[in-house]
Design a protein around this ligand. Structure first.
Ligand code: C5P
Length: 224
């Protein structure tokens, strides 16, 4: 039988990463951070000086890029062509680049099989977090969730996360970047950010993420 597939989608800062990480550990599932995949492709494109709308060069880049995940200590690290780029992909510049690169159909199509392969290769189950998992990557996922929170709450969470990583960025800048990225992600033609019709929607504005984890875990266990 195929592994149990969990889709967790939602906008930036809704708590997807935190929730997915805890859930994966508790359930013994693989974790596929699809944002990290788009971010890695964006980093490679930046390093090679590609224009983010050059479909031909992006397609060629995709044909030779290697992306993999490996758990290091408590964290899920991402490797781009063998190099650990977990920190570098999260800079504000690279976040914006990821959002631009991910709007290109050639990039989305080129990364579909990688995302599916990483999940289906898991022995027990896989948690995929992203924007279009429940709608495009795994429309037949065994459990689908869409996490939301109001924009200020999400910006504050992202700000604290960046602050802890030593990235100097004001709350206002984080909020402005987030609004731009949300708009781009929700308005693009291919695989825009939107909840799947059969997704369970959870707003964590006034709910601790530990409560979100509890609800998701219970729902998953009921369906396994
Ligand atoms: O989730 P994260 O913030 O790391 O994602 C970075 C960017 O990658 C998003 O702003 C979005 O443009 C893109 N992305 C996407 N589809 C996914 C995951 C991420 O388009 N499934």
């Amino acid at each position: 039988a195929r592994p149990f597939i969990v889709a967790i989608d939602g906008p930036a800062g809704a708590g997807k990463s935190t929730v997915s990480k805890v859930l994966a550990r508790r359930l013994g599932f693989a974790l596929v951070d699809t944002g990290a995949i788009y971010r890695s492709v964006a980093l490679k494109a930046r390093r090679e000086g590609l224009a983010f709308d050059d479909d031909e060069k992006l397609g060629e880049l995709l044909s030779r890029v290697r992306i993999s995940f490996q758990v290091v200590g408590e964290d899920n690290h991402v490797f781009l062509d063998g190099e650990d780029v977990s920190g570098e992909i999260r800079t504000p510049e690279n976040s914006m680049a990821a959002s631009q690169v991910s709007s290109r159909p050639v990039v989305r199509a080129g990364l579909l099989s990688l995302q599916r392969r990483l999940a289906l290769g898991a022995p027990k189950g896989a948690i995929l977090e992203g924007r279009d998992i429940g709608t495009v990557v795994f429309p037949d996922a065994d459990a689908k969730f869409f996490l939301e929170a109001d924009p200020d709450t999400r910006a504050r969470r992202r700000f604290e996360e960046l602050f802890q990583k030593g990235v100097e960025r004001s709350l206002e800048e984080v909020l402005a970047d987030q609004i731009k990225r949300d708009q781009d992600d929700a308005s693009r033609a291919v695989a825009p950010l939107k909840p799947a019709e059969d997704a369970m929607r959870l707003d964590s504005t006034s709910m601790p993420l530990s409560e979100v984890v509890r609800i998701l875990e219970q729902t998953i266990l009921e369906r396994m």
